[in-house]
Design a protein around this ligand. Structure first.
Ligand code: UT7
Length: 322
């Protein structure tokens, strides 16, 4: 038996993001639940979020983001061997989202699977994609995080309906052929804590997202910074060398607390939550694609990604910005 022929490393070739058109402000939500703009901005950091139209699906959003990343990568659909969609809100359980998205993007017969690591999903999928490219099981991989959380939110529950939102973000992962070149996707530091599985969950198909906000907040502000530092260590990149810190966009106070502990004052910190809300597995690629579009991080810079959420699943890796 032979092994597949691998590559020296894997890198992100391009990112792409998509947000639905409808903007929902805090004031709009305050018309239906007892809340106000000041509380939401101060406690969570959100000013507005985007909500998908009634007929707009997770696959629709994934196609938009994936199409942009594919166009930006300079590859064609024929170059993609594997499509991974990270989502915890698929339209249906069967068939998976990835196969539908692949077909709509003209990617013929790729390996295609959905994966659920909640808000850590994109970082898990990126690690899987990098491994597939390095081991030679795929030449190039399209990785997408896409969510329609608005479908799973109780719009009368002010503790969750002000937070969660819809959107998609994507990356094309390809090879670093020359071992002399720097690896573009560093080793992942991932894990989970099933003891805390009751802190964020959806009980059954007729239920909505439940979150014990304070418990998750405490966990996120204490457990994640050491894990993020270990991801830097694994990649051989000092925090002082990071140009960007892109954590899951759950709460601006969580983001700022981890950033303070990182010791990377020069790194620009993603704050996409302000106008995107919490889009779970879409939040990291969405935030980073917009930072790149705005010219806030340049090609070749190091960015630290940290995904975390229900499960409590987490994953962190340092990447080179395409
Ligand atoms: O994406 C997956 C990972 N998720 C996270 O990382 C989420 C982590 N948790 C959080 O971000 C925060 O805990 C929340 C944003 C969910 C909540 O913020 P908090 O500062 O922890 O608020 P709290 O739940 O402790 O509530 C404080 C007060 C309560 O009132 P009393 O009991 O003090 O009178 C709540 O009833 O604020 C009240 N409250 C609100 N008031 C106005 C809760 N929600 C709202 C609201 N508007 N929307």
């Amino acid at each position: 038996m032979r092994l597949t022929e691998g590559q020296a490393g894997a890198r992100v070739l391009a990112f792409g993001g998509y947000q639905p058109a409808r903007v929902v402000t805090n004031d709009e939500l305050a018309q239906t639940v007892e809340t106000n703009d000041e509380w939401i901005r101060a406690r969570v950091g959100i000013a507005s979020r985007r909500i998908a139209g009634p007929d707009e699906t997770v696959a629709d959003m994934a196609v938009q983001a994936g199409g942009k990343a594919l166009a930006g990568s300079g590859l064609s659909s024929a170059d993609i061997d594997l499509v991974i969609v990270a989502t915890c809100t698929p339209e249906v359980q069967i068939p998976n989202t990835a196969a539908t998205v692949a077909r709509r993007l003209g990617i013929m017969a790729p390996g295609a699977y959905d994966m659920n690591a909640a808000c850590a999903g994109f970082c898990y999928a990126l690690a899987n994609a990098a491994d597939a490219v390095r081991t030679g099981t795929a030449r190039n991989v399209l990785v997408i995080g896409a969510e329609k959380l608005s479908q799973w939110v109780d719009w009368t529950d002010r503790s969750t309906c002000i937070i969660f939102a819809d959107g998609a973000g994507a990356a094309v992962v390809g090879p670093v052929a020359d071992p002399a070149d720097a690896p573009g996707i560093g080793p992942v530091l991932w894990g989970s804590d099933g003891d805390l599985a009751d802190k964020i969950y959806i009980k059954d198909r007729n239920s909505f997202i439940f979150q014990e906000g304070q418990a998750v907040f405490r966990w996120a502000t204490t457990a994640l910074a050491p894990l993020a530092l270990r991801a830097c260590e694994k990649a051989g990149v000092a925090p002082s060398e990071l140009a960007a810190f892109v954590p899951h966009q759950a709460n601006l106070r969580i983001i700022e607390a981890i950033a303070r502990k990182l010791g990377a004052p020069q790194a620009i910190v993603a704050n996409d939550i302000i106008n995107a809300g919490n889009t779970s597995s879409a939040s990291i690629p969405l935030a980073l694609s917009r930072m790149i579009e705005r010219g806030e991080v340049g090609s070749g810079a190091h960015a630290l990604l940290v995904g975390f959420g229900a499960g409590m699943c987490y994953a962190a890796q340092v990447i080179t910005v395409p």
